[in-house]
Design a protein around this ligand. Sequence first.
Ligand SMILES: NC(=O)c1ccc[n+]([C@@H]2O[C@H](COP(=O)([O-])OP(=O)(O)OC[C@H]3O[C@@H](n4cnc5c(N)ncnc54)[C@H](O)[C@@H]3O)[C@@H](O)[C@H]2O)c1
Ligand SMILES: [Zn+2]
Length: 369
Amino acid sequence: LIRRSRSASDIKRVHVPIPGRAYSIWIGPGALEQLGDLLERSLPSPDLLVISDARVFRHHGARLRRSLGSRFRTAYVQVPPGERTKSVESARRLYERCAAHGIGRDGAIVAFGGGVVGDLAGYVAATWLRGVNLVMVPTTLLAQVDSSVGGKVGVNLDGLKNLVGAFHQPRLVLSDTSLLSTLPRRELRSALAEVVKYGMIADLSLFRLLERELDAILAGDPALLSRIVRTSCRIKARIVTEDEREAGLRQILNYGHTLGHAIEAEAAGRLSHGEAVALGMRGAASISHSLGILAPEDRARQDRLLDRIGLPAAAEGLPIEGVLRKLKADKKVRNRQVRFVLTSKVGSARFAQPVDNVRVRRALAALLT
Ligand SMILES: NC(=O)c1ccc[n+]([C@@H]2O[C@H](COP(=O)([O-])OP(=O)(O)OC[C@H]3O[C@@H](n4cnc5c(N)ncnc54)[C@H](O)[C@@H]3O)[C@@H](O)[C@H]2O)c1
Ligand SMILES: [Zn+2]
């Protein structure tokens, strides 16, 4: 028997009180060792299909297997890493695995990986037999702070992102921050853009924590990462509980994402999501400032933190007309004016509002070199 030095008390719980489908997120270094016990307590049947990507499973599969032990009837599937795996075709192959393994209404799908695995496995769980239990075990910082919370699941179709999907809340989420030690640096930095976002829209003290402890966070300090994941989950959980289907409040989670998505699409793979969102937040802050809503110091403070994280201040070689075309194709455009979530100070966002095209173009021009 392996005794670990970490105790179960390093593991913290965030409750997500979505009416009728409340669940808990367990967070901390060493949480993975508790997975088997937690599942035994919270699932109605021992039938599990664990879906992972080959890279995650190579690094951490043995720990997951050990935690589950032999008390479940488990099948393991590995999908190729990468966004292309998030497809209807992959879902189809996974349905076949569900059938072969006999995943019934009481069975569960365990998503062990980043946002790609979470969205894909979640989509399969939402649709197989009209919905089976879903357990999220996110392994990237992005998945731990963002994609594993909120219940959005889905796959891409013909290159169109998240075109097919559902809302399907998990039974349980378990975020072991020690898994992040093998994450590539660029993934860690990119995901911190989303954490800066939470700070900007909702939490000055989270923003301050990033400012104060950034070096230790970038060095992978597990206790600090755990705190950041916890705070981020609390913020997202609060927002999605109030507005599960994105009727109002949930929009503020799109801060930086209006320009971000357009830039990301135009960059066609050269920028990560977080890098594009960082540019989008710089743009949104500049628009907020130009409208007289955001003080120049607060805008500079956001941009300085993004600089320190190593997130880009400008993108090279992207034609402005191309980005504007992508922007207009966005589903949030109404009456030909693009809508932006704006900030009024660090820690406070406003609902999306239309912004005139001249201002948008000016903000965008400053981001493209
Ligand atoms: N559902 C939502 O609400 C939501 C929110 C945000 C993003 N997303 C989706 O999430 C996806 C992006 O997620 P992501 O950034 O986690 O990407 P990802 O799942 O592709 O993971 C990134 C890379 O890191 C590797 N990896 C994962 N965990 C690792 C670990 N612990 N150690 C080493 N390598 C590891 C993966 O194999 C992959 O190569 C996108 O498809 C996006 O649409 C969904
Ligand atoms: Zn995002």
